[in-house]
Design a protein around this ligand. Structure first.
Ligand code: ADP
Ligand code: MG
Ligand code: MG
Length: 260
């Protein structure tokens, strides 16, 4: 899978936030997008996923050559884009097991349709449960979670595990993790990293969006981009993360002549 962002400009409430973003992400790659608060990181991920508050004023987003901006939000997800939110929703009244079974079935059926295959019969419940339990073991989640209401009373770390579990069940082609590390303790952070590193392979890519370098100690990015005031001011590899950690965002500002 290949996602191409070309000269993307976007605004929210008449304010231009993204000012010409160029980015290409392919399966098998992990990209980190770093930047201070307010630089437009969430705007970029929201635009890619089709959040209605954001208006694209210029540029293109292509997924394997197809125009993403013309796709419904559900279509983007069916085609394999997945987004982990900074603040997951709580849904009392539906259990983790039922929720994941439903979304996984709907997703797999839609993907089969897109491949032009006959819709596979809903997978046997026992097979699904086995897969779910294996995922939970892998993420060191208590099996009792299957019968808990979705995110209801979950701690921050438990919500994150839940989301990574969902990602592992859906096996997206490209996942966007927007500040999924903020407020997490080291244990939860390591679980997020474990999930991403487990999925990483020829059919999976990820964009890790973060303010801090911490999560990048556990998920090694192949490419690193610095977003500042709606533009990618520089790109590099893991060394850029180290330089940023050492010198801070002020160095970026001076280096690239960014005016306040
Ligand atoms: P980041 O994720 O890098 O912290 P955001 O993309 O959230 O940055 O925000 C970039 C800028 O866009 C900020 O100045 C923010 O106030 C503004 N912005 C984002 N969403 C909205 C919105 N819904 N309404 C008004 N301003 C917004
Ligand atoms: Mg922010
Ligand atoms: Mg943000």
């Amino acid at each position: 899978m290949k996602l191409e962002v070309k000269d993307l400009h976007a605004r929210v409430e008449d304010k231009e936030i993204l000012k010409g973003i160029n980015l290409t992400i392919e399966s098998g790659q992990v990209h980190a997008i770093m930047g201070p608060n307010g630089s437009g990181k969430s705007t970029l991920s929201n635009v890619i996923m089709g959040h209605p508050n954001y208006e694209v004023t210029q540029g293109q987003i292509l997924l394997d050559g197809e125009d993403v901006l013309e796709m419904e939000v559900s279509e983007r997800a069916q085609k394999g884009l997945f987004m982990a939110f900074q603040y997951p929703v709580e849904i009392p009244g539906i259990t983790v097991g039922r929720f994941l079974k439903r979304v996984t079935e709907v997703h797999r059926a839609a993907q089969a349709r897109l491949r032009g295959e006959e819709e596979e019969k809903a997978p046997k419940a026992s097979g699904f449960v086995r897969e779910l339990r294996a995922g939970m073991d892998f993420l060191e989640m208590d099996q009792a979670f299957i019968n808990r209401y979705l995110n209801d009373g979950f701690s921050g770390g438990e919500k994150k595990r839940m989301e990574i579990l969902q990602m592992m069940m859906l096996k997206p082609g490209l996942a966007i993790l927007d500040e999924t590390d903020s407020g997490l303790d080291i244990d939860a952070l390591q679980v997020v990293a474990k999930g991403v590193n487990h999925l990483k392979g020829p059919d999976f890519g990820a964009i890790i969006i973060t303010h801090y370098q911490r999560i990048l100690n556990y998920i090694k990015p192949d490419f690193v981009h610095i977003l500042y005031k709606g533009k990618i001011v520089t790109s590099g590899d893991q060394k850029l993360v180290e330089t940023l950690e050492e010198k801070g965002y002020d160095w970026i500002k001076k280096q690239y002549g960014i005016q306040e």
